[in-house]
Design a protein around this ligand. Structure first.
Ligand SMILES: [Zn+2]
Length: 176
C-alpha cells in the first residue's frame, strides 16, 4: 500500500470508530495523529534501508509484529497514565497505535510473512523488493490508493462543511 491508501483508510477506520464511540476529539489533532501513525512504519523503514545494506523502499523492523506490539505497549502505558490524570488527551496514544496496526494490516497482502513475523524466519530482512514502482503493477495497491483518496476527499468535505467534529455536536449541551 502507498501513502494515500494508508492515510485515507486509517483515517476512515478511526473516524468510524470515533463516531461510533462518540469520542469528543479535536478534528485537526485527529487528522495529524492518525495521518502520522498510518505512515510511521514507512517513515522509519524506507529511509533506514541502507543502514541494513538494503535499497531504499524495503520493509524492515517497523513492519514487524514486534514493532507494533512495542508501540502498542508504550501507547497503553501512556493511555493508562494520562487516563488517571483525567486528561482529554489520553485517547491519542490508542489512536496512534491503531494507525500503526492498520498500516501493517494493509501491507499484509503485499508482504510475505517473513518480515511481519520477524525474527521467526531469521534476523536478516529480505531486500526491499517492494519499491514505489510496484504501484502500477499491483491492482491491490491501485485500489487502495483510490479508496484512500475517496475517503480523504469525503473527510475533507466534512471538515470544510464543519461536520467533521466527531461527537462534539452531540455531546455539547443544547443552549437553545
Ligand atoms: Zn509499509
Amino acid at each position: 500500500m502507498f501513502p494515500l491508501g494508508h492515510v485515507g483508510i486509517a483515517l476512515g477506520i478511526a473516524f468510524v470508530i470515533s463516531r461510533y464511540l462518540r469520542m469528543n476529539l479535536n478534528p485537526k489533532l485527529f487528522i495529524i495523529i492518525l495521518g502520522v501513525a498510518s505512515v510511521t512504519p514507512d517513515l522509519i523503514d524506507k529511509p533506514t534501508g541502507p543502514l541494513y545494506g538494503l535499497p531504499f523502499g524495503g520493509r524492515l523492523f517497523a513492519h514487524t509484529l514486534v514493532f507494533a506490539f512495542i508501540v502498542m505497549a508504550v501507547c497503553l502505558v501512556l493511555w493508562l497514565r494520562w487516563s488517571k490524570k483525567g486528561t482529554a488527551v489520553s485517547i491519542w496514544p490508542l489512536l496512534f497505535s491503531l494507525g500503526v496496526w492498520v498500516h501493517l494490516l494493509l501491507d499484509l497482502s503485499l508482504e510475505g510473512m517473513g518480515v511481519l513475523l520477524w525474527p521467526a524466519y531469521g534476523v536478516a530482512f529480505p531486500s526491499g523488493e517492494l519499491s514505489w514502482g510496484h504501484l502500477t503493477a499491483s491492482p491491490y495497491a491501485m485500489a487502495g490508493e483510490v479508496v484512500g483518496a475517496i475517503i480523504l476527499v469525503y473527510l475533507l468535505v466534512l471538515l470544510l462543511l464543519g461536520r467533521f467534529a466527531l461527537a462534539e455536536r452531540e455531546d455539547r449541551p443544547d443552549n437553545g
